[in-house]
Design a protein around this ligand. Structure first.
Ligand SMILES: [Zn+2]
Ligand SMILES: [Zn+2]
Length: 316
């Protein structure tokens, strides 16, 4: 309610003074300075806590990106996290069917992950002061900066690592395509361990996909697994497992894979799934941001690289 009053006040002032539309569109960041609070549901306590936007963003950066990452990568993460919450707060109301009364929560499966200072102390131990300062500096030094496309706050999705294979366009992973979420190569990806192998029994596969591959002649030329369609970046888009066709993202979900970039082999009756990277692969690649920062790129270059055609705007 308080936020609505502030918003109303800002809009009224804007109307009276006739501030140009370009500035008007950036008013979300202005509201932040006037004391906007984030109402965040905490899964561990079951309570809603009220946080300043800065404190919310600090907790998100601490939770979502390793604090050892270079400062410019942390700053890119801070601007992305700030854009996310301001878009949510100003996106036409705060109705939230998941957690009534809250804008967001601290679970990455629902919104962005967030950790408290207590959790930071546990996670970082002796490095707590060093890392807290580093993360807070990344947040404060980027002021009120947000990412905009066509004058509007973007949906700044990000993922851990593309494994150096390049990012996906949003439309390759989700049904909705955004013009700024285009797949790009990721030459500086600094993921030290991009490829992983997970083993599944044939009954695991049957439980997850409904396909009984134990009855198939696996030695045949078409085998139990086939990539039917690839994305522009050459990654599997649709695959066949046994006699069924799935999107690679559906298989990722069903088997709990690290990414949708995978191949499958069978060895001695065990299905070996080799994945590359970690996460959905859309938007900013965090290990790519790390690599770009190590190459001397700054946070704005990093963000403009992973979000096509965007601008970094100061809300002031
Ligand atoms: Zn939640
Ligand atoms: Zn990458």
């Amino acid at each position: 309610m308080k936020r609505l009053l502030v918003l109303f006040a800002v809009l009224s002032i804007t109307a009276v003074l006739g501030i140009p539309a370009a500035v008007n569109r950036l008013s979300p960041a202005k509201i932040e300075k006037n004391g906007t609070m984030v109402h965040m549901y905490s899964h561990s306590t079951g309570q809603i806590v009220n946080l300043s936007v800065d404190d919310y963003v600090i907790g998100v950066v601490a939770a979502e990106m390793p604090a050892e990452f270079p400062e410019e990568a942390l700053k890119a993460q801070a601007v992305a996290a700030r854009t996310y919450i301001l878009r949510r707060l100003t996106g036409g109301g705060v109705s939230n069917p998941i957690h009534p009364g809250a804008d967001v929560c601290d679970d990455h499966r629902h919104y962005q992950a967030w950790i408290s200072r207590e959790e930071m102390k546990k996670r970082w131990a002796i490095r707590y002061y060093q890392y807290y300062f580093k993360v807070a500096m990344a947040v404060y030094s980027t002021g009120n900066e947000v990412i905009i496309y066509g004058g509007r706050l973007i949906d700044p999705v990000y993922h851990s690592s593309c494994g150096g294979a390049g990012t996906f366009s949003a439309g390759e992973v989700w049904k909705v395509d955004d013009p700024y979420l285009k797949g790009v190569p990721c030459p500086y990806d600094a993921d030290p361990d991009p490829t992983r192998v997970a083993a599944f029994s044939m009954s695991d596969i049957k439980r997850a996909t409904g396909e009984d591959i134990s009855v198939l002649p696996v030695a045949g030329p078409r085998g139990f697994f086939q990539v039917l369609e690839k994305t522009a970046g050459g990654q599997p888009k649709t695959v066949r497992i046994g006699g069924k066709v799935f999107s690679s993202t559906a298989v990722r979900e069903m088997l709990g894979l690290r990414s949708a970039r995978f191949s499958m082999d069978m060895e001695d009756g065990v299905v070996k799934v080799t994945t590359r990277g970690y996460g959905h692969g859309v938007g900013m690649c965090q290990y790519g941001a790390r690599g770009m920062a190590l190459k001397g790129k700054d946070y704005s270059e990093i963000l403009k690289y992973y979000y096509t055609g965007v601008e970094i705007a100061d809300g002031n």
